[in-house]
Design a protein around this ligand. Structure first.
Ligand SMILES: Cc1cc2nc3c(=O)[nH]c(=O)nc-3n(C[C@H](O)[C@H](O)[C@H](O)COP(=O)(O)OP(=O)(O)OC[C@H]3O[C@@H](n4cnc5c(N)ncnc54)[C@H](O)[C@@H]3O)c2cc1C
Length: 619
């Protein structure tokens, strides 16, 4: 253990993860906390980290309030509709009312925005999306964070949160290790903002073996945003609401610009419009939700999945008409070159020119995240002026652990934030964290040396497991006393895939399968005590796996708890195939007891604040 040097850093605001939400948090923390010490710790390098690493072609959340294009209420209704009613409207409204100011700053900071030359308005791709030349998106927001924070630590993976030993249920910082040097880092902090992105690779991906890593969601997002708070007993919400994406096959190129801007459409292999064929069957399952406009994302997936199961795939995107227009053809290609170069490469390798061939679409394996058309994540306090008492406990975006805040994919219940909304939520969380410090709520935090030393032993144990166990084998990778991270990952993915509603079962699961899944996950947890890492990179893989496994337990518990199929197309409960508004028009909230590892779940009311307000106004 002495081999790994320990570094101590004390600070006021610690931001874990320097993606969209983390950079927003670092920026805003400095605005409100001029004299505070602000540290941001990132697993990769913030210039190119997180889901926006490669760039984006559109900012998907912009109201355009100055031109009265949309108001925050409209966005709440939109997100509520898309998530089949299940969102935290206080959080969504709060994000939406501030998101335009974030986008205007991006514009000032030099992000190339596409504008109408005559009106000066941002060019819209759809009702909520505006178009950008966004290859440089991430370095631009990273620069704002670098100028704001006292220090950015790159290449440090945070593995655990520290807890205050003077006051129960109050955070005290975080620990992790540098993946290049192997050094141990202790960050003692008055407040911690977790902004560590969502989770890919917990369900078995379509691309395995040589194609592993080719997923829609960033392959390096490993659920730390969930595992860190879960491990210290923070409450989580809507973890069953995993997302499945309809995307171009193999490259996972986005379809938004194609549908919205190029006006392309889908068809089955026989050239038929299949979506309307599933109307009656879907109505049987979800009732009037199928009549909502726009059709919720999961229900569009549902038609796709059912049509494929019926044997009329592959489903194609009809590009051959739009691509005859040279301008649309350029937009179609640029859309990939700015953010998913791999899709263009896949098409080139398969001899697909979308001008002459309609490319295939697919539905992805499920991912867990909180900022897209999905809202898994931590149960947080909302803003003072909007939230009903059950949703408010003092500080905006504070989790149920004192001093611990969240933003972006970390936060549950608030879907459709996307890149701009995640940055905005980081700003909101940071403002509240600074207030928490100013209100003297973070005084006399005590984190003992013992707590830090204990974590140090735990963190490096996989290196020891490997060093001791490797002598038992003379060749190959199968050891009697340790498992490698890749072996554990594949086991996790199979459990989730086969029992919790992955691609193996066409997203189908049921109570019995989920219980079996939980049993297998428990055994995996036990075996992960014996994960072996041969170097620091594998040590990172080991901890990524542990975070994924804990996240998976939470997802499975939630999926078991909600006895209905709320989002057909994301997953199905075969034993409860229908949406059940009478019993399940509510949010699900879980807590894992850090001592026993047992989860308890509860139903929490979902308040439709926006229309209630309007109803009251009218009466
Ligand atoms: C494929 C894809 C396409 C998208 N397209 C669009 C789009 O066109 N327009 C749009 O507006 N939005 C888009 N989004 C959404 C947008 O990217 C996300 O909403 C946003 O990035 C979420 O911000 P975040 O900070 O929560 O996560 P991220 O931006 O992913 O940041 C998380 C950060 O945490 C770091 N991290 C993780 N674990 C640890 C750890 N243990 N210790 C330290 N650091 C850690 C990661 O390295 C990463 O930098 C897209 C997302 C995806 C996945």
């Amino acid at each position: 253990m002495a081999k790994h040097k320990t570094h101590f850093e004390d600070c006021d605001v610690l931001v874990v993860g320097g993606g969209m939400a983390g950079t927003g948090a670092a920026f805003e923390a400095r605005h409100w906390g001029r004299d505070l010490k602000i540290i941001c710790v990132e697993k990769a390098n913030i210039d190119r980290s997180g889901a926006v690493a490669q760039g984006l072609y559109a900012i998907n959340c912009y109201m355009g309030m100055q031109w009265d294009e949309n108001q925050p209420e409209d966005h709440v209704r939109y997100a509520r509709n898309d998530l089949m009613g299940m969102v935290r409207e206080d959080l969504g409204y709060d994000m939406a009312r501030h998101v335009d100011s974030t986008v205007h700053m991006f514009d000032e900071w030099g992000l190339p925005m596409m504008k109408n030359e005559k009106t000066g308005r941002y060019l819209r791709e759809g009702k909520w999306q505006i178009m950008i030349h966004g290859e440089s998106y991430k370095p631009i927001v990273a620069e704002a964070a670098k100028k704001s924070a006292d220090k950015i630590y790159n290449r440090i993976m945070i593995t655990h949160l520290l807890m205050d030993e003077a006051k129960e249920n109050r955070v005290g910082g975080a620990v992790g290790f540098n993946m290049r040097t192997g050094d141990y880092y202790v960050f003692r902090a008055k407040t911690v903002i977790v902004a560590a992105g969502g989770a890919s690779h917990i369900f078995k991906p379509r691309a395995v073996g040589e194609g592993m890593g080719r997923t829609w969601y960033a392959p390096w997002s490993n659920g730390s945003a969930y595992a860190l708070p879960i491990a210290v007993g923070a409450k989580m919400t809507q973890m069953e609401n995993r997302i499945v994406l309809c995307r171009f096959k193999d490259g996972y190129g986005p379809v938004g610009a194609y549908f919205l801007h190029l006006k392309t459409y889908t068809q089955n292999a026989n050239g038929e419009n299949y979506e309307k064929k599933w109307y009656d069957q879907t109505k049987e399952l979800v009732g009037e939700y199928i009549d909502h406009h726009p059709t919720p994302t999961c229900l569009r997936n549902h038609a796709f999945i059912q049509e494929t199961i019926a044997g009329r795939g592959p489903i194609q995107m009809v590009t051959t008409e739009a691509f005859q227009d040279p301008h649309l053809e350029t937009v179609g290609w640029e859309n990939f070159l700015g953010m998913t170069v791999g899709q263009a490469v896949v098409w080139a390798s398969q001899n697909i020119d979308p001008k002459y061939t309609n490319p295939e679409l697919t539905t992805s394996e499920p991912y867990v995240m909180g900022s897209h058309a999905t809202c898994s994540g931590a149960w947080v306090s909302g803003p003072e002026d909007l939230s009903p008492p059950e949703y408010f406990w003092g500080y905006n975006r504070m989790l149920t652990v004192e001093g611990l805040f969240g933003a972006g994919d970390t936060v549950g219940g608030s879907a459709h934030k996307f890149s701009s909304g995640s940055f905005t939520e980081g700003r909101l969380a940071a403002k509240a964290a600074v207030k928490y410090i100013e209100d003297k709520k973070a005084e006399n935090i005590n984190v003992s040396d013992k707590q830090c030393e204990d974590f140090k032993k735990v963190i490096y144990k996989p290196l020891e497991n490997y060093t001791v166990g490797r002598n038992e084998i003379t060749g190959g990778t199968v050891s009697p006393s340790y498992i490698l991270p890749i072996q554990g990952l594949q086991r996790l993915q199979r459990i989730m895939d086969e029992y919790v509603g992955g691609i193996a079962t066409n997203y189908m699961t049921n109570g019995n399968m989920l219980k079996k899944g939980l049993e297998l996950l428990k055994w995996l947890e036990e075996d992960l005590e014996n994960v072996g890492a041969e170097d620091y990179h594998q040590l990172m893989r080991a901890w990524e796996l542990k975070h994924r496994a804990l996240t998976s337990q939470c997802v499975t518990e939630h999926t078991l708890f909600r006895e209905e199929t709320r989002w057909p197309g994301y997953y199905y409960r075969g034993d409860h195939m229908k949406l059940d508004d009478e019993n399940w028009h509510c949010l699900t909230v879980s807590r894992r007891d850090p001592q026993t590892g047992k989860f308890t779940l509860e139903k929490v009311p979902v308040y439709h604040i926006v229309d209630e307000k309007e109803k009251k106004k009218a009466s």
